[in-house]
Every structure is written in C-alpha cells, then in structure tokens.
Ligand binder design. Structure first.
Ligand code: ADP
Length: 485
C-alpha cells in the first residue's frame, strides 16, 4: 500500500527528472472509459458526462503536469480534448449546438494547454534546481571526504550535516551525522562511551559570534594512542545576506610535528647549555694568553688573539640567544624588575653604539618617567631593535628613538628608513627563527625579535611594528610606568 501511495505521490518524484507519457496515457484512457461506462450503464444518460468531466480533466492535467512535467500536462490535455470531440460526435450534436460545442472545445484546448504547460514547466524547473543542489551536495561531500584532515560541517544550530572519516581516525570514535555540537561544553559528554572532543563548543562559539577560530591547539586523550595534540580551526559560513548558516571545522593531528618541535627544543637547550661552559673557559684562556703576549711584546699574536676574542664574543652571543629561546620555551625566563629611568638607559646604549655606526642615532624623548622592568633585559631589547634598524637600513643615515606617555605606559619606538617589511611578513617576524629575507642577504638567526617580544611581554608590556616596504620600519614597545607606593 505504501509503495502505491509513494508511486502516486508527486512530491516523491520531485527532482527525478524522468517524465513518462505512458502512465498519464493509461490513467486518462481509463478515466474516459469510466466516464463512458457511468453515462451509459449507471446514469443511463449519454449527456450525463458534463461539468464533472471538466473538473476531473483539469485535476488530471494539474496532477500529471506536476508529476510528469510538460509531457504529462500535454498528454492529459490531448486526452481531454480528444474525449470532448468523441462526445460531440457520438452524441450527434447538430446545428448551433455543434458549433458552440466545437468553439468551447477549442477555448478549453487553449486553456488546458496553457495550464499543462505552465505547471509542467515549473515542475521541470524545480527538478533542475533540486538536481543542481544534489550535485553540489555530492561535490561538497566528496571534497570533504578527500581532505587529509578531519572536517566537520554543522548547520546554524550546531548540528552536524557533514563529517569525514578522518575525524573518526583522529578521535578514535565516530560522531554520527545529526549530532549537535551544542553550547554546553561539558567535558564528560560521551558518544558510545567515548569522551567527545573536549572543545565541542568551538563551532558553537563560531556560530554565535561569527568570528573564526584559527589554530587552536588542544591536547586530547585518544583511547589507543594516548595523548595527542590537535590543531582545530573553525569558521562561520555566511550566505549572500551575510547571515550565518553553518560552520566549518577542521581538526588535524599535529602530534608528530609537536614531538619534532619538542626534540628540536630539547636539542637547543642541551647544545646551548653544553656550549656555554667551554666558551667561558676559552674566554678566560684568551685573557691569560693576551697577558702573556703583551708581556712578550708579541704584537702579531696579540692581533690574532684579538680577532679570536671578537669571534668568541659572537659565538657567546649566539649561545646566549639559544639559551634565551630554550628558557622561554620552558617558561624559565626570569625577570628582575626594578625602577629605572629609560632615557638614561637609551643614552647609555647610544653611547656604546654611536661610535661603531655611521647612522646618526637621534633621540626624540618626550617623557621623564621611570618604568618598572628588568633593566638588563630591556637593554637587550633596545640593543636588538637599534642594531636591527642599522642592519636593515644600509642606505639610510639616521635612526630615531622616541618615547611618549600612553595612559599607564611609556611607549618607546625605534624608527629606521630602511628596507621595511611587507604587511604579510609583519605578523611573522616575531616568530622563532623567522627571517623575512629568504635570500640571506643579512646575517642573523631570526631570534632577536622573538626573544625581545617575549621579554617585553614578561615585563607587562607589548611589542608591535608599523612598516612600509621600501620606506622603513618603526618598532614599538610599551612598559608599565613605575608607580610610587
Ligand atoms: P635577525 O635579525 O637575526 O634575522 P630578528 O628576529 O631580529 O632576527 O628579525 C627577524 C626578521 O625581521 C629579520 O630577519 C628581518 O627580515 C626582519 N626585520 C627585523 N627588523 C627589521 C627592520 N628594522 N627593518 C626591516 N626588517 C626587519
């Protein structure tokens, strides 16, 4: 019975794009025979097939046009009109009755054709739209399944509409389509006894705020693999009216990458630590040797030794940088804050650097404030910014250092007129080992800015850059003003 209802229900056939002539042909034929049987055998009046048959024919045209498209509409129209002619001739219409009958049939033929065509055409348009939508869905589904990372698409209520098999591989269990990643971020929500991704509220946040979440790292306890590191990204999907209609979330397993990073950090920590002691001893020996050569008045050896000492200083500086990086990574970089006058510190640094550079170091100082921070670390930051400014402005001749008060902070800047940094690179230069210049025109490790930014953060401040390629850069940082207690 259900099968018959399904077969007859035109809504079930929406989107099928199969238009049969046979079915409407048979039904229309059958209805005509029924009409004739009614007129002759039940009503015993050949003229009894009047208004009701028009009603039935219109209903059939609408039904078949909506079920079988234009073909269905026209087949029913054809049958209805043919039947009307059949009635006129079998009931022997004559004279004015015949002419008005034929006139009515012609008018009805036009009306029926119009009805059948319009509804049939609309039905076919709907089918095409449904087909396009289904194709799009299939395309999206295939793309999602092909992705090498886990992908989840939710509707605007956080209900999963698409999810690929990689999610199950990464998490160790399957989340069914239709599951709602709702707002109640509860750690112990389980599916088949397995704890769900801890950050199930993530896509919900995206849906409610409309803001993408990028590169969220999360530790996850996998049933078989144990602790795994996940990277999660989620962004809203907006329709043409900028309304949030869905959210797309990707999950990737970055455990391998994290382990490699950890190995690299461990190596840096160990190497820099191990290198520190021999460098210090060599430094002591060079001093002893220096004294020895001086006593012997051996100026050639003294000159070579001085060169050696200079290179040793460079090596020492490198090791210091590496040590700082590993301290930062391990959260062991310590600060010893004190009250000091920044202007004095900057003047002191200028005194050291000015003799060895042709750039004019200009001070444009607008504050007479004390800050509360680790003076030696801030010296390290300032030296790094000034030496960078010199290094990356080979054709300029000045560097300007400024300061101004900004609420509870002293804002300090170092401006150069050198090569500048592109917008794209500006976000990256504070990263570890990052060098904007990939050709290695300028020597360096790409650690100075990373360490400087971390030092400023540790001292309660913030560091940023404004720059235009080819025109120069200004590095800013701010430190809290010292408050007298
Ligand atoms: P390093 O100078 O050792 O390469 P940093 O961490 O100090 O490392 O700087 C990172 C990168 O930022 C540099 O490689 C350079 O490309 C860019 N950079 C830093 N300071 C400037 C500047 N004043 N002008 C232009 N580029 C700069």
């Amino acid at each position: 019975m259900n099968k018959i209802i399904n077969y007859l229900d035109p809504m079930v056939h929406l989107g099928e794009k199969k238009y049969s002539i046979l079915f409407p042909f048979l039904i229309n034929f059958f209805v005509c025979i029924l009409s004739e049987a009614y007129a002759y055998s039940i009503a015993h009046n050949p003229m009894a097939v009047g208004a009701y048959s028009i009603f039935i024919n219109v209903a059939l045209i609408i039904y078949f046009a909506f079920r079988e498209g234009i073909r269905g509409g026209f087949t029913s129209t054809f049958f209805s009109i043919a039947y009307y002619f059949y009635i006129i001739f079998t009931r022997h219409y004559t004279g004015s009755l015949l002419t008005s009958g034929i006139g009515t049939i012609i008018v009805l033929a036009f009306l029926y054709s119009f009805l059948g065509f319009t509804i049939g055409w609309l039905k076919q348009q709907i089918d095409t739209l449904i087909e396009i939508q289904a194709d799009e869905r299939k395309r999206l589904e295939t793309i999602i399944q092909q992705l090498p990372i886990g992908a989840i698409i939710t509707d605007d209520a956080g209900r999963i509409t698409n999810i690929n098999k990689q999610v199950a591989t990464i998490l160790g269990f399957t989340i069914p389509i239709g599951f709602t990643l709702g707002k109640n971020m509860i750690e112990n929500v389980r599916i088949n006894g397995k704890r769900l991704l801890p950050n199930r509220a993530l896509s919900f946040n995206v849906l409610s705020t409309g803001k993408a979440i990028i590169n969220r790292e999360q530790i996850y306890e996998h049933t078989n693999k144990g602790k795994v590191y996940l990277r999660i990204d989620s962004s809203p999907i907006l329709n043409s009216k900028k309304k949030i209609i869905a959210a797309a979330t990707t999950i990737s397993d970055i455990t391998r990458q994290k382990k490699l990073e950890q190995q690299k950090d461990d190596f840096i920590a160990m190497a820099s630590h191990e290198l520190k002691t021999p460098i210090t001893s060599i430094k002591v020996f060079t001093q002893v040797l220096g004294k020895h050569f001086k006593d012997k008045k051996d100026s050639e050896s003294q000159r070579i030794l001085q060169k050696m000492d200079k290179n040793l200083d460079k090596l020492d500086e490198l090791v210091r940088l590496l040590l700082d990086v590993s301290r930062i990574e391990q959260g062991k970089l310590q600060t010893k804050p004190e009250k000091f006058f920044v202007r004095e510190l900057v003047e002191d640094i200028i005194e050291d650097i000015q003799p060895i550079t042709r750039h004019k170091l200009i001070l444009d100082w607008r504050t007479t404030l004390y800050v509360y921070a680790d003076k030696e670390r801030i010296r390290q930051v300032l030296v790094n910014l000034i030496t960078n400014a010199i290094k990356y402005s080979p054709h300029a001749d000045k560097i300007i250092m400024r300061s101004k008060k900004n609420r509870n902070f002293v804002e300090i800047s170092v401006e150069d007129f050198g090569i500048g940094i592109s917008k794209k690179e500006q976000n990256k230069i504070f990263g570890r080992f990052y060098q904007a210049d990939s050709n290695n025109t300028y020597p360096g490790l790409g650690l100075g800015l990373y360490i400087s930014q971390q030092i400023i953060k540790l001292n309660g401040g913030k560091m940023w850059v404004k720059s235009e390629e080819g025109k120069g850069s200004t590095f800013y940082f701010r430190l809290p003003i010292h408050k007298e207690k």
